[in-house]
Design a protein around this ligand. Structure first.
Ligand code: PLP
Length: 235
């Protein structure tokens, strides 16, 4: 078997995303493919960039701080656990924070963004299926939280993010459909001026992104399928 490099694997995944979009009647331009470069060295980011990648995801502030300044031409996403003391660093480098679900973090993000003279884009993380091992708000909590966050001066609420149960495609579909429905429900309850920006659904990873695309994902977060030689897609 011929082993591909990061650049080729990125292009293969992007081509697959485009194909799946067309198969389910969606425009490929509606889907942002975030290459999750966590645990990979900065050079791997360079290779993915050479293959056409523009969006990268990191789940640890230290890795974000290492790689983002080396590749300022890329768009950086923070997809990991937020700690209060790292919020300034995250806000300095991430154009979109996917994993917000605590009120005190929202307030600190808004304050840090204000100090840096920017407005920070964020997604609210929802634990749709209620798995104990996953972080995020329940669907019931997400609406009230979103309405509070939308009022903070230096935050722009862009949508919702979820992680589906691993290894169960039926459960993944249920989670993704649930998140898509929740986006529509919450949007109706936001102040008029906040509704148009609230349109992003970050869902789907290496194993389940085709299901997420079929359910309306606008952002898929793919790590192993791009960066790992050992990952073989089952779809
Ligand atoms: C690691 C990670 C991904 C990518 O997972 P893969 O299975 O490697 O594609 C996506 N989202 C989050 C939040 C992650 O931590």
């Amino acid at each position: 078997m011929i082993s591909l490099g990061v650049s080729e694997r990125y292009q293969a995944v992007r081509a697959d995303v485009d194909r799946v979009c067309r198969e389910c009647g969606r425009n490929p331009e509606e889907i942002r493919l975030v290459a999750v470069s966590k645990l990979n060295p900065p050079e791997a980011v360079g290779e993915a960039l050479a293959g056409g990648a523009m969006d990268f995801g990191e789940n640890r502030p230290d890795e974000l701080l290492l790689k983002a300044p080396q590749y300022p031409q890329a768009t950086w996403h923070f997809i990991g656990n937020i700690q209060s003391r790292r919020i300034r660093d995250i806000v300095s480098h991430a154009s979109l924070i996917h994993s917000l679900f605590q009120r005190d973090h929202a307030e600190k993000i808004s304050r840090a963004a204000g100090e840096q003279g920017i407005v920070q884009d964020v997604l609210v993380e929802v634990n749709v299926t209620g798995e104990a091992s996953k972080s995020g708000l329940t669907p019931e909590e997400a609406g009230p939280f979103a309405r509070e966050v939308a009022q903070l001066p230096n935050i722009r609420l862009r949508g919702l993010m979820t992680m589906a149960p691993i290894g169960d495609m039926q459960a993944a579909q249920t989670a993704f459909q649930g998140l898509a429905a929740l986006l529509g429900e919450i949007r109706e309850t936001l102040p008029e001026g906040e509704r148009d920006d609230f349109n992003e659904l970050s869902m789907g990873m290496s194993d389940d992104w085709p299901i997420a695309v079929a359910c309306g994902a606008t952002i898929v977060r793919v790590g192993r399928a791009i960066f790992s030689d050992a990952f073989h897609a089952v779809n």
